[in-house]
Design a protein around this ligand. Sequence first.
Ligand code: FRU
Length: 701
Amino acid sequence: MIGPRSLATLALALGLSVASVRGDEPTVPPDALIIADFEGDDYAGWIATGDAFGPRPARGTLAGQMHVDGFLGLGLVNSFLGGDAAAGTLTSPPFEIRRKTINLLVGGGKFSGETCVDLLVDGRVVRSATGPNGRPGGSERLGWASWDVAEFAGKSATIRVVDARGGSWGHINVDHIVQSDRRLQPEPARRDLVVSSRYLHLPVKNGAAKRRLKLLVDGRTIREFEIELADGPPDFLAFADLAEFRGRPLVIEADPVPPGSTDLSMIAQAETPPDPEGLYRERLRPRFHFTSRRGWLNDPNGLVYHEGEYHLFYQHNPYGWDWGNMHWGHAVSPDLVRWTELPIAIYPRRFGDWAFSGSAVVDKGGLIAAFTSTGRGECIATSADRGRTWAEVPGNPILAHEGRDPKIIWHEPTKRWVMVVYDEAPGRKSIALHASPDLKSWTYLSRVDDFFECPDLFELPVDGDPARTRWVLHAADGLYVIGTFDGEEFRKESGKHRLWSGNFYAAQSFSDMPDGRRVQVGWARGVTFPGMPFNQQMTVPVELTLRTTPEGVRMFAEPVREVASLVRKTHRVPARGIVGTEPPMPGISVDAVAIRLEIEPGSATMSGLLVRGTRVAYDAKSREVRCGDVVAHLDPIDGRIALQILVDRGSIEVFGNGGRVALSVGVIPPDGERSLRLFAEGGTSRLRSLQVDELGAIWGR
Ligand code: FRU
């Protein structure tokens, strides 16, 4: 057994003030008994297996590791030896439990059973702790964890540090393990109030420490999420909708906050979401691309038409500017372009069991959504009130597998539902197909290998001929293959083709369209809006078609015709030759515009437009359309290039020769630069036609 030693004595010997390691930590009580301090030249009787721990404690940060702090003295256990890939265990000699609490400093990965510290009594794991990090980013700081062990008083126990995981945060850091009657893990901060208004406003400071916040009503956790709570002037206010809890007592609990922090007291109640006056009028708010009122968005989900409304659900972090806390946000539109945001449709079942991407269909007059619950598998929720409220079906998950992103379609010839879903069966990345008569019980059909997340599968006529159709299998990266589908198996007839270039990702097409069009929306990944309360945008909805080209059948994308309903003013520029860079076009100030440009490149090597300083051009030498750094091959037709260019506050989208290629590019142009200029380099090109349509906003204000 390890002899008891007082931590305070040790701290004195090391010339340290224990309590000063982090101002907000409790002082170490005088009754502390040290189980291990990892200050010695070896593990002092602890047994290491594997290659993650080495023969002796680490001295701080290891090669290739982010800065490690929050440990005491000079040494600690740090299983990053050999990087994240290394694995092993480190087990203490037996010791007697003589205090009510075992406290330990722990950091690193947050994977229970894989990067953890276990307390074993009678050979069983009775307590366990992990580090705080579950995904890239985060911090190597160690913090106190405390186990209540009064029930094991007098028993012999051992402690085992486990690293059984590679990859991001596949390591664990541990230091000073001490027994005491006091808990050293800081208690959560708490605030009590009564829900007097619909919304809770939550101040966010981007980059602040992420805190875990819990809202409890009647002792039940009703919301739990991570948030970068502002402790001073916030970057923006996020909000939580508590309509259904009005009048009830509410407890707000947060990870320990430093003493003197004001962040819980800055949480306020209000009848409206934050800043109703400024909403949708923010400086960089896109005029006609969908963005969320607040927070982060990524993949479009559950695109479906139902009873006069198009539904757009989306991957959403309502409480922060970055990816996280995945919910299904929700908006509806009468026309695919003007959107009204609604309350969150699908909440994560609990913290960490996120609602990842999926789809929606109409069945028996109601809406059905299929989504990935990261803790369970593919799940179904139904709504009987036009998508306003959702309830999970009792049989969830309806499919448990390694994978995500179910897209459900109705297959008329076999009269059953088909799910295409990203599947990560060991060693392969593929799209699996399953079938169901009732959306509840599913049978595996087949798979298509070498495809990654967010699949979509749909049938399209070739050249508009309903007697000649083909199926398209499409995945997150925008690559697609053309083939046939008999309800069992997708048979490829082509290699992978690319329609979209640039930041287009995780697109999906609408189900149950009223007019048979195949309309697709993607996530314009990486379009960020500095200083704004929202982040990321959707691409413009496009109509997809299959057309015969000299290279074979290809998919084309063109903005849906409804975009034309936003036009407020049109400028037309007569045909002429272009030489050099022309002065800004008079009378045109670019904010949100749709441009149609037709040029004959002629002898020019590069010609096109400068849109608020960004080149949107045709490179006649390489036969490429270029917008910013994004390029796509395009051959002229009869010596001409036709470009449709959609410009908004965060993006430029370009559609070449009727949608043969599509480019999505994130651009935040300089504030004062609103010009549009024609240019030609290396020769003369000819402007055949140019039309600039100024577009109004989609937000109804
Ligand atoms: C694609 C994706 C999906 C997943 C979702 C999570 O962008 O990684 O595979 O469901 O985002 O937000």
